[in-house]
Ligand binder design. Structure first.
Ligand SMILES: Cc1cc2nc3c(=O)[nH]c(=O)nc-3n(C[C@H](O)[C@H](O)[C@H](O)COP(=O)(O)OP(=O)(O)OC[C@H]3O[C@@H](n4cnc5c(N)ncnc54)[C@H](O)[C@@H]3O)c2cc1C
Length: 507
C-alpha cells in the first residue's frame, strides 16, 4: 500500500469514526503518523526526548503517546481535524513555560509541539514582524536588534511567543504600548473545524478581542502572529539587590513609583521581587528597572531616583540591546515550579507592607518542609499603572476586563522553585493559603481587585471569571461561535478552560 492509499485509509477510518468513542492516544498517533509522515515522534526517539523538555520539571513528567511537530499551517489543520474526528485528547506546546503539570503536555494523549513553526519575517515597511509560534522571544530580539527594531514581548529569553502573547504579555514597553496581546496586528488561526482564518480588528473582530487574553486553548491554534514592530535602540536597565530588612523603606517607594512615577514617564518599566536566598543572608529584595530610551549621559530616570538612592548589596546598570536585557534574567530549566497570583489595588503602601509577614510565614513553612533540600520562594509585585491600563484599550481593548478606572493595580505573584517532589502538595497548599490570605486582607480594606493574570496563574485559579461577568460572557459567546460543538473545551486538555466545572470551589 502506498503512502497516499494509507492516508486515504486513515481519512476513511476517521470519517467512519465521526462521533465514535474516544480513540486512545497511541492509536491516534499511528493515524497521525500516516497522515503526517515524518512529523510524529514516538517515545524512545531522540526528538521525543528533546520535545519533552519543559521549563518546569512537573510538565516534563508527563509522557504523551506521541508529539506531532507541524512544519506548516496545513499540518496543524490536518492534526486538529484528525484529533477531533477521532475524539482524542490532546494539548499544544508553545514555549513550554507554564509551571504546572499538564498545562501544555499530556499523559495519555497527543502533544502538538509548535517548535518548527519558527519563521520570522520583517515587512518591507518595517511596521510588522510575522512570527511563527515556535519562536522564543530571544529568537525574535536577536533578529530585530541588528535592524534597530523591537516588538512588545517577554522579559526572559526562552518564554514562548504563543502562551505569553495569548495571555497578555508584560513587557519593557508596556508603559507606552500595553501588553504584547495589544500589539498583534493579525493572527492566523486553525479553528476546531480545521479551517484556517485570519483574525484582526477588521476580520473576525470578536475572535481578535478574545485572543487578547483569552488564551489559545478555548479558541484555536495560532500559527502566525503578525506583531507591530517599532524603531528601538538600546535600553537602559538597572538590576538592584537590597537586603530584605529594607522592605519598610522600599515598599513605600515601590508603591509611590506605581501610582506616580510610572505614569509620569511611560518609557519606564519595573517589578519588585521579594525572595529568600541563604547565600545573601536570608530575605532579599530585587528591583529590576528599565527605560526604553536611555537619558543623555545614561542618567538615572527620575522615576527610579528614590529606589536607586537606597543602599544595595549589588547593582548592575547597563545600556544594551533587548537581547542583552532578556539574557539578564534567564531562568534555568529543570526544577519543580508553581506560580499563583491575585490583583490588588496599588493605592495603599500599608497593604503591600502588611503582606510581608504573611509571605515570611509561608517561607518558614516551606523551608521547614524542604528540610535542607533546595527551595526558593518568591513574592513579586508586578505593577499595572494607569498608563499601562490606558494603553491596553487600543483596537477595541482586550479580554482582561481591566480599565484605567480600575487602576493602578499590583499583581501579587507567589511562585516557588524547588527540587523535592515529596513536598509538591505542601508547596501548592502553602501558595494557595498565602494567596487566600492576601485576598482576604485586601478585601477587608476594600482593596481587592478580583483579577488573576493568566500567565502567572495557579492550576485551580478561576482565571476567566476574574475578568468580570461582561468579559467572561463574551468569551463564552466567541468560543461558541468559533467552536459550536465545544470540541476544544472537551479535547484540548490543560491550561485554563472557559467551561470550568461549576462545583469547584473558588481559590
Ligand atoms: C521564566 C519565566 C519568565 C516569564 N516572564 C514573563 C514576562 O516577562 N511577561 C509575561 O507576561 N509573562 C511572563 N511569563 C509567563 C509566561 O507568559 C507564561 O508562562 C506563558 O504561558 C508561557 O508561554 P509558553 O508558550 O512558553 O507556554 P506553554 O506552556 O507552551 O503554553 C501556555 C498555554 O498557551 C497555549 N499556547 C501556546 N502557544 C499557542 C499557540 N500558538 N496557539 C494556541 N495556544 C497556544 C498552550 O497550549 C498552553 O495552553 C514568564 C514565565 C516564565 C517561566
Amino acid at each position: 500500500m502506498g503512502i497516499n492509499q494509507l492516508q486515504q485509509a486513515v481519512w476513511a477510518l476517521t470519517l467512519a469514526c465521526g462521533g465514535c468513542m474516544a480513540l486512545e492516544g497511541d492509536t491516534a498517533c499511528v493515524a497521525l503518523a500516516v497522515a503526517l509522515p515524518g512529523l510524529v515522534t514516538f517515545p524512545n526517539s531522540t526528538l521525543y526526548a528533546v520535545e519533552n523538555i519543559y521549563w518546569s520539571a512537573r510538565q516534563s513528567a508527563a509522557t504523551p503517546d506521541c508529539f506531532v511537530t507541524p512544519r506548516q499551517t496545513s499540518d496543524v489543520a490536518t492534526a486538529i481535524k484528525l484529533l477531533t474526528a477521532l475524539n482524542t485528547p490532546f494539548t499544544v506546546k508553545g514555549g513550554g513555560h507554564t509551571a504546572f503539570a499538564g498545562a501544555s503536555n499530556i499523559e495519555d494523549g497527543v502533544t502538538i509541539d509548535l517548535l518548527f513553526l519558527n519563521s520570522i519575517v520583517v515587512s518591507d515597511d518595517r511596521m510588522t514582524v510575522s512570527v511563527g509560534p515556535g519562536n522564543r522571544w530571544i529568537n525574535i530580539s536577536e533578529t530585530l536588534d541588528p535592524l534597530g527594531l523591537a516588538v512588545v514581548g517577554g522579559r526572559e529569553p526562552n518564554i514562548g511567543v504563543g502562551g505569553l502573547a495569548l495571555g497578555g504579555g508584560l513587557s519593557y514597553f508596556s508603559g507606552i504600548r500595553g501588553m504584547a496581546c495589544d500589539n498583534v496586528r493579525n493572527y492566523e488561526v486553525v479553528l476546531a473545524s480545521g479551517e484556517v482564518v485570519n483574525v484582526s480588528p477588521t476580520t473576525n473582530p470578536d475572535l481578535y478581542w478574545a485572543l487578547r487574553g483569552g488564551s489559545g486553548s478555548n479558541f484555536g491554534v495560532v500559527t502566525r502572529f503578525d506583531l507591530a514592530s517599532f524603531e528601538q535602540g538600546d535600553l537602559w536597565s538597572s538590576s538592584v539587590i537590597y537586603p530584605g530588612i529594607l522592605n519598610t523603606t522600599l515598599i513605600p517607594l515601590f508603591q509611590d513609583l506605581t501610582v506616580n512615577g510610572l505614569p509620569s514617564d511611560s518609557q519606564v518599566h519595573t517589578y519588585f521581587v521579594q525572595t529568600y536566598i541563604p547565600a545573601l543572608g536570608g530575605f532579599a529584595i530585587l528591583s529590576d528597572q528599565y527605560r526604553a530610551t536611555p537619558l543623555p549621559d545614561e542618567a538615572i530616570p527620575r522615576a527610579f531616583a528614590a529606589l536607586q538612592a537606597v543602599p544595595s548589596i549589588i547593582k548592575t546598570t547597563k545600556v544594551a540591546n533587548v537581547s542583552t536585557a532578556l539574557r539578564g534574567i534567564e531562568v534555568a530549566y529543570g526544577s519543580r515550579q508553581t506560580w499563583w497570583n491575585t490583583g490588588v489595588s496599588a493605592s495603599s503602601a500599608a497593604l503591600l507592607q502588611d503582606f510581608v509577614p504573611l509571605y515570611e510565614e509561608h517561607v518558614f513553612r516551606l523551608l521547614a518542609a524542604a528540610n535542607g533540600t533546595s527551595i526558593t520562594p518568591f513574592f513579586v509585585y508586578q505593577p499595572l499603572p494607569v498608563n499601562v491600563l490606558t494603553a491596553m484599550q487600543v483596537n477595541g481593548g482586550n479580554a482582561l476586563g481591566l480599565y484605567p478606572e480600575d487602576g493602578p493595580l499590583v499583581i501579587v505573584q507567589v511562585s516557588v522553585t524547588w527540587e523535592n517532589a515529596a513536598i509538591d502538595d505542601l508547596v501548592e497548599s502553602s501558595c494557595k493559603q498565602l494567596i487566600k490570605q492576601v485576598k482576604a486582607l485586601a478585601k477587608s480594606r476594600g482593596l481587592d481587585r478580583e483579577y488573576i493574570y493568566i500567565n502567572y496563574a495557579g492550576k485551580t485559579q478561576d482565571v476567566f471569571r476574574s475578568y468580570g461577568n461582561a468579559s467572561y460572557t463574551r468569551l463564552k459567546e466567541v468560543a461558541k461561535a468559533v467552536d459550536p460543538q465545544g470540541l476544544f473545551q472537551k479535547l484540548w486538555k490543560g491550561y485554563f478552560k472557559l467551561d470550568r466545572p461549576k462545583c469547584r470551589p473558588r481559590d
